[in-house]
Design a binder for this molecule. Structure first.
Ligand SMILES: Cc1cc2nc3c(=O)[nH]c(=O)nc-3n(C[C@H](O)[C@H](O)[C@H](O)COP(=O)(O)OP(=O)(O)OC[C@H]3O[C@@H](n4cnc5c(N)ncnc54)[C@H](O)[C@@H]3O)c2cc1C
Length: 399
């Protein structure tokens, strides 16, 4: 009898598990609650699908907060592998000057179309608008949303690739959490998300403006350089995302989130002290502007540094080189590009099989790993999708 496999979720992780399993002649059913596949993947492609990152692998894997867990899979199915895979699908990869890997056309849609076509040709059966509402051992309860019909189906193995909990309108609603014991899951938190600060009304004119070439860090973490955008709710940008892990650790430890900024990483305190010296001939605003402290940077200093310090060049120079911002939290998880937390490593075997239910395998963003944006998220979704696929095949070969 041909063995039956269900894959729940047609995002990149589920599709990659399907790709592995489609080689072996199983009866392969992919269930997706949305009317079409991989809506978050398509959204990621809207501003250019950054699918991986071409940097030395030892550096690459350090981007993840669960290095030991993910390293074997990421090393096997790395940026080079992904580029070859894209080419096999007829999509030319392109490496940007920062090392980021994209499809040459930048968009995700042509890649997705070619991928789905190949999966169907290899026997994958896709059931859109089919929502899984319950999981018990080998049995799934399905809701056919088109026909408003609920039924159950039994499978030899089930791959859950349901995503995390952000951007739920694209399908990843996190309802699958009810099917597991809550001890098996690390609660989800916003990752790659903006941070909040209650600005005074004086900051309104600089909302949307960038703080150019600044350095950011949290205590005990590496400094990172880049731009930050001041928004009505606080701060936003890839640079903020890179500090997310350290900020989340502060929250976990019950501390207030504290971020430090160096507004002039290319200058020493001494150099700045000279430039910021008050003078009777010039206004403070003029001195600051000539020192490079204007626009968004000046507004930030006026907001965060006590007024008496403005006239004290040495003290002000120290402050702008180490500006402390006591943040009030992350933006809501729904808005986050990705989520930290998810199914714990300890709940799964090395084949990504659920210890409490050996018929079930898991992959993608629903697992408890995290990384900054830059192609690392999709690389891990694809790699864990493959690992779960091979895990299922090994399991079914034994049973
Ligand atoms: C705006 C944005 C931009 C991004 N840009 C990038 C980027 O440039 N580079 C990068 O690496 N990453 C990026 N990401 C992150 C990346 O898109 C995700 O990490 C990735 O899509 C997660 O893949 P996944 O397969 O695990 O889950 P998802 O893509 O979330 O797919 C899960 C699927 O499961 C389905 N599903 C869930 N529950 C059920 C159920 N009960 N029954 C049936 N189906 C179900 C969902 O409908 C969904 O289609 C971006 C994300 C966002 C939101």
């Amino acid at each position: 009898m041909t063995k039956r496999i269900a894959i729940v979720g047609a995002g990149p992780a589920g599709l990659m598990a399907a790709e592995v399993l489609s080689q072996y002649g199983y009866e392969l059913h992919v269930y997706e609650q949305k009317p079409s596949a991989a809506r978050k993947f398509l959204m990621a492609g809207k501003t250019g699908l950054n699918i991986s990152h071409a940097e030395p692998i030892e550096q690459f894997i350090q981007r993840y907060d669960q290095v030991d867990w993910l390293a074997p899979w990421i090393k096997k199915w790395d940026a080079n592998w992904i580029q070859q895979w894209m080419q096999d699908l007829g999509i030319e990869p392109y490496i940007g000057s920062s090392g980021r890997v994209f499809p040459t056309e930048m968009k995700a849609a042509p890649l997705l179309r070619a991928w789905l076509k190949r999966l169907v040709e290899h026997g994958g059966q896709f059931h859109y608008r089919h929502q899984i509402t319950h999981l018990a051992k080998q049995q799934l309860t399905l809701n056919d949303l088109k026909q408003d019909r609920t039924f159950t189906e039994k499978f030899d193995a089930i791959v859950l690739a349901c995503g995390a909990v952000s951007w739920s309108r694209l399908g990843s609603d996190g309802k699958w959490q009810a099917w597991l014991d809550q001890n098996e899951i690390e609660p989800f938190q916003a990752s790659n998300a903006g941070v909040e600060y209650p600005w005074s009304t004086f900051m309104q004119p600089v909302f949307g403006q960038p703080l150019k070439r600044v350095e950011a860090w949290v205590e005990g973490a590496d400094k990172t350089m880049g731009d930050i955008v001041i928004s009505h709710y606080g701060l936003e940008s890839g640079l903020i995302y890179k500090q997310g892990r350290g900020l989340r650790a502060q929250v976990k430890a019950g501390q207030q989130m504290q971020l430090y900024l160096d507004l002039f990483p290319d200058q020493t305190i001494e150099q700045l002290t000279k430039k910021l010296q008050p003078s009777k001939k010039q206004s403070l605003a003029n001195i600051w502007r000539k020192a490079g402290l204007d626009g968004a940077k000046a507004a930030l200093v006026r907001e965060l540094v006590a007024k008496p310090i403005w006239q004290n060049a040495a003290e002000l120079a120290q402050k702008v080189k180490q500006l402390k911002i006591s943040l009030t939290g992350f933006r809501p998880i729904e808005e986050a590009i990705s989520c930290a937390g998810g199914v714990k490593q300890s709940s799964l075997t090395d084949q990504l099989q659920l210890k409490s239910n050996p018929h079930v395998f898991m992959c993608g963003e629903m697992l408890d790993w995290d990384a900054p944006t830059g192609g690392y998220l999709l690389t891990a979704c694809l790699a864990t999708g493959r690992a779960a696929g091979y895990g299922v095949h090994q399991y079914l070969s034994r049973t």
